[in-house]
Design a protein around this ligand. Structure first.
Ligand code: GLA
Length: 391
């Protein structure tokens, strides 16, 4: 957890003292346990919020200016509340600007503020640093503007819209939803088509969730992500020969898919669709076995998810594969997989508490031998979604 007192001193140092109160908000990152590349196909995902993320300190200004600063990036910028446009040279500040524009378009009055962000999620690690800055902004500004009973699902949706339209990244709803709606010690079973959701207790007893950061920068992620989305849309089009009303792959059962998969013309597109439909089925199974307390079965489903992302969806890459394959070899590991969009970023493993130290040592060494990169590991807890924190 960020040291909020230290951040407040920094805030006053950078923006100067004022009689107006400073308030603080935190939106976490997220780790997806299973259900990858299913959200934009209208399927199930099963993420949990982390206990760390992006903290925002905010204070009302007497004018109509928004002044942004971050402890993570040198760029600071002051803009008018009437001039919220995407500007490439505004770098990270475009994230909060996109959200503020969405709020304004929805009729929320946004006054002038001094805002300081402090991010604890490594950027580009696949743990949703962008969703966390978006959602903390959506929530914090509404709180400052006195919006009563802030709707967190709407905060997630408007953040996703900002990312899609302002930032031009075609992400699904999983990240923003998990970051907004997380609950301590619970994962979220979310149906991304209808946004029906349920908090499912994540009781892992002696087993810990260990996140491994490959520290591989996700180079081509945006173009490859959009290509996968287009392939899923192509699969839907081909399958409409049998299901004229079909809009999303997630609307098919596994049986329906298997019976009609031959309608998909391209072999590659068929593989992509097979991953999506089977992954959605794995999420359902995973929740069932978790409820039955069968963590070993949960772990096997995680492994199956990784294999499918590697062989059918082809979004893992050498680094994620090296780390996951090393994890599978360590005694005391029930399951391991990549998490997030892929092509680098993080893995998540379910590891017995007595094996965590050995896990970090062995996986770290083998990963470096195979890739020349140095990994980071975090033993993580599942935390709450966005909230105000006391200063
Ligand atoms: C990224 C996107 C999410 C989701 C995952 C893959 O994290 O932001 O919407 O599509 O990739 O499951």
């Amino acid at each position: 957890m960020a040291d909020v007192q230290m951040l407040k001193s920094k805030f006053n140092e950078w923006f100067g003292e004022s009689a107006e109160p400073v308030r603080a908000f935190l939106a976490p990152g997220r780790v997806n346990l299973i259900g990858e590349h299913t959200d934009y196909n209208g399927g199930y995902v099963f993420p949990g919020a982390l206990t760390f993320g992006t903290t925002m300190l905010i204070r009302r200004r007497p004018d109509d200016q928004l002044s942004f600063a971050s402890t993570n990036f040198p760029l600071r910028q002051q803009i008018s509340i009437r001039d919220i446009e995407f500007r490439k040279e505004h770098e990270w500040i475009n994230y909060p600007k996109g959200v503020i524009r969405e709020l304004q378009q929805r009729g929320v009055t946004v006054h002038g503020y001094d805002i300081l962000y402090h991010g604890e999620i490594p950027n580009g690690s696949g743990l949703s640093s962008s969703a966390s800055i978006e959602v903390v902004t959506a929530y914090g500004i509404q709180a400052m503007e006195g919006v009563s009973a802030i709707d967190k699902v709407q905060a997630a949706l408007l953040s996703q819209k900002a990312e899609n339209e302002f930032m031009g990244v075609q992400c699904g709803i999983m990240d923003q939803f998990a970051v907004a709606m997380g609950k301590e010690n619970h994962a979220i079973l979310l149906m991304c088509d209808t946004l029906e959701y349920e908090h499912v207790p994540f009781e892992s007893g002696a087993y810990k969730l260990v996140i491994g950061n490959t520290n591989k920068k996700r180079g081509l992620v945006d173009s490859a992500y959009n290509e996968r989305r287009a392939q899923c849309e192509q699969a839907v089009q081909d399958l409409q020969a049998a299901f004229p009303e079909l809009k999303l792959l997630g609307q098919l059962t596994l049986e329906q898919f298997n019976e009609h998969a031959h309608l998909i013309q391209s072999g590659i597109v068929r593989k992509r669709a097979k991953h999506v439909v089977e992954e959605i089925d794995r999420v359902k199974q995973a929740v069932q076995v978790l409820r039955a307390g069968d963590l070993a079965a949960f772990g096997k489903l995680m492994n199956g998810s990784h294999e499918s992302l590697r062989d059918l969806y082809e979004v893992t890459g050498a680094e994620l594969d090296a780390m996951v394959e090393a994890a599978w070899q360590v005694p005391g590991v029930l399951g391991a997989r990549m998490t997030g969009a892929g092509f680098g970023g993080c893995t998540v493993s379910l590891v017995h508490e007595d094996s965590v130290e050995r896990f970090i040592d062995k996986v770290g060494k083998e990963y470096t031998e195979k890739t020349g990169l140095v990994a980071d590991f975090y033993v993580c807890q599942i935390g709450d979604g966005v909230k105000e924190i006391k200063i």
